[in-house]
Design a protein around this ligand. Structure first.
Ligand code: ASP
Length: 320
């Protein structure tokens, strides 16, 4: 382990531990703008909606909201919005958050019967004195702001839940059952960066469980001067390491978006001291210059990217 004295010595030389050079700004890692990136291959259709906004010179915050709403409305996505798998009691409970280019944020958690939690999160940011509302309070706030109540448990998801009730085993499968959460980051033509994250969380979770996705610093973090990061995967591990905040801080320290994401995945493994079997977590990051990257613990994760080179899913490097 690096001692404080050694750390000060290396940083004084302009080096981070392990000889990585410190770069006070991000100019080393340039990219293109506008650009939108999102988690998983499922992010491709969400990217289309975000690109509609960005390609016309629109606002990054509008782009990420429009983008992730595509998956919130997609009944085939079993981990986001309507159609999401319920908890053990058969309730679909949703978590989402949003952050803008000023570092302002809004979040809702454990909210039921409202299809677009990301838009409620935006209202919390823009029209409430708070950052986060949960449960019944979040729903009442949504209803007060014109959102409509609807049943989010689709017949397909209900049938899967009934099958699950036979065994009642909680064993999330890596990359499959409960990992299509959409996290999105966008940088617009004017250089404004925003992010959003939305999920129905882990399938068959305990009633009341909240994952990383609505937690600022865990599921999403934006630092206007540096860039942003979003996470997907086993929320409990991402919360314990404040994963997205860690990624942004690593970019501030001079790491590329990909290196920063790698450090956050390694931190999860380090923290769990060998008990990480079956854990998938992944991060994507975007800096203020439009450079992006991602990293996952286990193979099978993609970052979906849309810039002037087109829309594509790019597999990321992984630890295991
Ligand atoms: N991170 C989400 C959660 O733990 C799940 C996911 O990304 O699929 O709620």
């Amino acid at each position: 382990m690096l001692k404080r004295k050694d750390f000060l010595k290396t940083t004084a030389l302009g080096l981070l531990p392990f000889g990585i050079p410190m770069v006070p700004n991000q100019t080393r890692f340039t990219g293109k703008k506008p650009v939108v990136i999102s988690t998983w291959r499922t992010g491709l259709s969400a990217n289309e909606a975000a690109w509609e906004v960005l390609s016309k010179g629109g606002y990054a915050l509008d782009a990420v909201e429009a983008g992730v709403k595509v998956e919130e409305a997609n009944k085939d996505n079993k981990t986001v919005g309507i159609g999401g798998y319920p908890d053990r009691e058969g309730k679909v409970t949703l978590d989402a958050c949003i952050m803008d280019e000023r570092g302002e944020c809004g979040s809702v958690a454990f909210m039921q019967n409202i299809k677009h939690p990301v838009s409620v999160a935006r209202k919390v940011m823009e029209e409430s004195p708070h950052c986060m509302l949960v449960g019944e309070g979040a729903k009442l706030f949504a209803l007060d702001h014109g959102f409509e109540e609807e049943d989010l448990l689709t017949p397909d998801a209900e049938a899967e839940w009934k099958k699950w009730l036979d065994q009642k085993e909680y064993k999330p499968k890596i990359n499959i059952e409960n990992h299509d959460t959409i996290g999105m980051l966008a940088l617009d033509e004017k250089g404004r960066i925003s992010g959003a994250c939305t999920t129905s969380g882990a399938a068959w979770k305990m009633h009341g469980r909240v994952g990383d996705s609505p937690i600022i610093g865990a599921g999403l973090f934006i630092d206007p001067a540096i860039g942003g990061a979003v996470a997907t995967g086993l929320g409990e591990e991402i919360i314990k390491t404040a994963g997205s905040h860690l990624v942004v801080e690593m970019m501030r320290a001079g790491h590329s978006p990909e290196e920063a994401c790698k450090i956050a995945t390694e931190r999860i493994i380090e923290r769990s001291s060998g008990n990480s079997e079956g854990v998938q977590a992944a991060f994507i990051a975007l800096n203020k210059e439009g450079a992006y990257g991602g990293y996952s613990i286990v193979e099978g994760f993609d970052v979906s990217v849309y810039n002037t080179d087109g829309n594509r899913a790019e597999p990321v490097q992984y630890l295991i």
